[in-house]
Design a protein around this ligand. Structure first.
Ligand SMILES: Nc1ncnc2c1ncn2[C@@H]1O[C@H](COP(=O)(O)OP(=O)(O)O)[C@@H](O)[C@H]1O
Ligand SMILES: [Mg+2]
Length: 303
């Protein structure tokens, strides 16, 4: 135990971002209904839920892609309305999508500064400042714990996990306070997923707030501090890690409840089907009886 442990600083009670009673409608589809959620500095908030639960819709609202139909969005206590992802970015909210906006044939340094290229020289001699870009990209990646051999190396030669970490390091460098990750580990193997989880933990250690969406309960439990569970567009609650066991997270995410419901439904169905079958059988029996009677009558008819 270090002497500093007792002096853990109080976390800022004002969340970095917060949504209050948010709803989102797409025509008659209710994608989200009355959902509230907050993310504080230095925490990883995991968003859990089945396919179609509304996770992506919620982060699209947070990242300025969609506007909520109802409810409020607050950034550091101030109400905001974002017209585009650019507005969200200007407030320090960066989203790393699964299909990363990177150009595989271009260098790590180039990709790191894609869209905000540093320049050197003046007038017709102005050009991309490759020295500055290479140095910063390398330094920033080292801060995230990744030692790239050569910033001139094409991004396409990096592994999936390393590519994610370049995207995360880039967001942090450009001043992100909140990092939103929609299933960053979904397409990765165990080892590469571990790499990404480490960067998520790094980002938290540097005081960022992280919104982490994953289908993998083990990934969620490894880095999550709090868990918000969405079910068919509604919040099923937010839980601190101390309130949930790994087994409960696994159960919540495996859809065990839904499976119980389904097996109940299947039993009902089997019973109704049996009853219908019985009904059909009796109809057939009756018809048979009638036709037997008829034939009997015919057989016994007096000539
Ligand atoms: N642009 C859209 N137009 C119409 N319906 C949508 C749109 N985006 C999402 N939905 C619907 O909203 C619900 C939640 O979807 P989504 O947020 O993608 O869920 P998740 O990411 O949890 O799988 C789904 O029923 C989906 O079909
Ligand atoms: Mg989704």
């Amino acid at each position: 135990m270090s002497p500093n442990d007792s002096a853990t600083p109080l976390t800022n009670p004002v969340p970095l971002i917060e949504v209050v009673n948010i709803s989102k409608y797409f025509g008659s589809v209710i994608a989200l209904h009355d959902v509230s959620m907050a993310v504080h500095a230095g925490e990883v908030m995991c968003l859990l839920g089945d396919n179609g639960a509304g996770k992506s819709t919620l982060i699209k609202i947070l990242s300025g892609v969609h506007k909520a139909s109802e409810g409020q969005y607050l950034v550091e206590g101030q109400r905001v309305v974002f017209d585009s992802p650019r507005d969200a970015l200007a407030h320090g909210i960066a989203t790393v999508y699964q299909d990363l906006a990177m150009i595989p044939l271009m260098s790590i340094a180039r990709n790191f500064f894609l869209g905000s290229e540093p320049t050197t020289g003046w007038g017709p001699f102005k050009r991309f400042d490759i020295n500055f870009a290479s140095r910063v990209a390398r330094e920033e990646l080292i801060k995230m714990g990744i030692d790239i051999r050569d910033p001139a190396q094409p991004v396409g030669t990096l592994s999936g996990g390393e590519r994610q970490s370049v995207a995360i390091a880039r967001a942090v460098y450009f001043g992100a306070k909140v990092l939103i990750l929609d299933e960053p580990t979904a397409a990765l193997g165990v080892k590469q997923a571990g790499v990404v989880l480490r960067y998520i933990a790094q980002a938290r250690a540097r005081g960022l707030g992280v919104v982490f969406i994953t289908h993998n309960p083990h990934h969620a439990y490894a880095v999550g501090d709090r868990f918000t569970i969405l079910k068919r567009g509604r919040s099923a609650g937010t839980f601190a890690k101390s309130e949930l066991s790994r087994e409960e997270v696994v159960r919540l995410m495996s859809g065990a409840d839904e499976l119980d419901e389904l097996s109940h439904e299947l039993q009902q169905f089997a019973r109704t089907a049996a009853r219908q079958e019985q009904d059909q059988l009796s109809v057939v029996e009756q018809q048979l009886a009638v036709s037997l009677e008829e034939s009997d009558e015919m057989f016994h008819q007096e000539p």
